[in-house]
Design a protein around this ligand. Structure first.
Ligand code: MN
Length: 309
């Protein structure tokens, strides 16, 4: 993940920092616009447990091929929570076959899982959890945050695993705010790659666009790419204007997108090499075949995904 910052800043918890298109070497390459495939709005919201008022901004039901390796994006909040002694969130549940990436913008999230991963992440932090062969976990608001109350805002992104890695051992990566490189987009290539380890090439860019400006961003040709607006508004490729909780899905061809944005805009730019394999999912499991889903359900029910101590 990286962050784009300052006037235009990007942070990247994972992936190489984005660069302005004009910074791309001109030898041999011609910059071509990555065209918009489609624009989407969330139409419903639901609660995940009693802690996460979520809008599902995209899912593999419908956009699986266009957004692979990304499976799903839930946007929780922004929402004010009253102080409480209660534990708000979602109790023990399993996952298999993919990774959950939780990015906290406001508030705190506490997590515990059966591979003994866990901990609290707060504002600006990222949790990158590989469910792999199977994990049981719980996700709650941080206890201190719950007692204080306040604004809560996070996203949870599901990233698919290639078939050969779906049964990999579970892994938990806690990536703190200060570990996440921030890149000033005005300065071109400065900065370093984000620290998260992944199973396929991915870029996750947290864009913070603090002035009125336009920006041509280089994105990899051949990758699936989506821009999700969380705050402010962005005109994309001089055609579509995106408001909060709206997203643009791009064609795989092309290597540049243009953003015209206002002050205080916040967006998430996701780009990844497609995993062109069948996606068969059911609830918390995402595999390649129906048979593997049956196996996951059976393994979970018979306790073979571990337990929380
Ligand atoms: Mn979960």
């Amino acid at each position: 993940v990286s962050r784009l910052h300052q006037d235009h800043r990007a942070r990247t918890p994972h992936g190489l920092p984005p660069v302005p298109s004009h910074d791309t070497p001109i030898t041999m390459t011609k910059i071509t616009s990555k065209r918009i495939h489609s624009v989407h709005s969330s139409t419903e919201s639901h609660w995940v447990g009693d802690g996460f008022p979520v809008r599902t901004l995209f899912s593999y039901h419908g956009l699986g091929e266009q957004l692979s390796p990304f499976l799903l994006l839930d946007y929780a909040g922004p929402r004010e929570f009253e102080p409480t002694e209660r534990r708000l969130g979602v109790g023990q549940h399993p996952h298999r076959g993919f990774e959950t990436v939780t990015i906290v913008y406001e508030g705190e999230v506490e997590h515990r899982d059966s591979s003994s991963g866990g901990g609290k992440i707060g504002r600006g932090d990222v949790q990158w959890m590989t469910a792999g062969s199977g994990i049981i976990h719980e996700e709650f608001h941080g206890r201190d945050f719950a007692e204080r109350g306040g604004l809560f805002e996070m996203v949870q992104l599901w990233v698919n695993l290639p078939a050969k890695d779906k049964m990999t051992s579970p892994r938990y990566q806690r990536i703190l705010d200060e570990q996440i490189p921030a890149v000033d987009l005005g300065e071109g290539r400065a900065g370093s790659a984000g620290p998260a380890k992944t199973f396929s090439p991915i870029h996750v860019w947290d864009l913070r666009l603090d002035n009125d400006n336009s920006l041509d961003l280089a994105v990899p040709a051949g990758f699936n790419t989506t821009l999700v607006v969380l705050k402010g508004s962005v005109r994309v490729n001089e055609e579509s204007v995106l408001e909060p909780a709206q997203l643009a899905v791009f064609e795989r061809d092309g290597d540049s997108i243009r953003l015209d944005h206002g002050r205080g805009t916040r967006a998430l730019l996701l780009s990844g090499e497609p995993i062109d394999e069948p996606i068969v999912g059911q609830g918390p499991f995402v595999m390649n075949t129906r048979q593997e889903i049956h196996q996951a359900v059976s393994d979970f029910q018979s306790g073979r995904m571990g337990r929380l101590s």
